[in-house]
Design a protein around this ligand. Sequence first.
Ligand code: IPD
Ligand code: CA
Length: 278
Amino acid sequence: MKQTDYASILAEIKNNLQKQIAPFLKTLKQPQPSLGIGAGGDPIKQVDLAAEKAIVDTLADYGISFTLISEESGIREFGENPQECYVTTDPIDGTTNLMRGIPFYATSIALSTEPTLNTVYAALVADLVHGVTYTAQNGEGVHRNGQKIAPSQFASIESAVIGLDLNTYKVLEIIPRLTGLMQKTKHVRHFGANALELCYVADGTTDAFIDMRGKLRTTDVAAGWLILKEAGAMITTPDGEPLNAKLSPKQHVSFIAAGNPEIHRIILDLTRPEKEAR
Ligand code: IPD
Ligand code: CA
C-alpha cells in the first residue's frame, strides 16, 4: 500500500464498516445465531463478521494484497503479495458492550510491514458510538477527528484516573500486584473496549491504563500501540520494558500504558512484584 493512500483507505474502511454493522444494531434483542468460536477464542457474533467483511472488502476493492490478522477469522492471505502489508484488526472491540447496548465499542485496525507490534506504521481506532476517530501514522503524530492530541502530564497518583482491566477468572493471581496501586488511587475505571481505552490515555482523557491479565490479544493492542507512541505517551510491559510481540489473535500481552514518564514510573514502582500484598 502506498504511504500516501492508507489514511484515506482506513477512513473508507471505517465508513463502510459503520454502514455494514448498522442493520445488526437494530436486532440485538433478537436471538442470535450460534456461529462458533473466533480465532481469538471468543464466541463470534454476526456483527463481528459484518465488521470484518467490511474491512476485507474495502481493501479488496482497492486491489491491495495483504495478510489479515483478525480476532475473528484468524490469519488469512489476500492478493498476489500478501506479505506486502499486514492488517491487524479487532473488527469490533467491546462486542459485549455492543450486544448489551452499553455505548462504548470501537473498531481497531493497524497496518504493519511485518507481523510484529513494533513495525506498525499506520493505525485507526474509531469509537463507533460517539463519532470519534483516532488515526496515527509513524512519525507524523496522532489525530482525533483531525485535531492533534497530547496525553496527560498529570502525575499525582491519588487523583489520577487510572484504567484497570481486572476482567479475568484468574483475578486472584493479579490482584496482589495491584493492591498497592489501588489503595493509592481514588479513580479506577474500566469501560470494556481496551483498544479505545488506550486511545483515552493517548488524548489525556485518562492518565493510565493497565492490563496485567496476560490475556489481551495483540489484535486489540496493535493500533493503540502506535496511537500512544505517536501521541508521546508510553506503553511498556508490566516490568517497564518496551512492549513488542507477534501480531496474532493467539498472542497475549500485558502492559502499562501511561500519559507521561512520571506517572508511569509511579505505577511501575507501586506494582513491582516485590511489593505484592501477602
Ligand atoms: C474485549 C475488550 C474488553 C477486555 C477483553 C477483550 P472484545 O474485546 O477489549 O475490554 O476486557 O479482554 O476481549 O472481545 O470485545 O473484542
Ligand atoms: Ca472483538
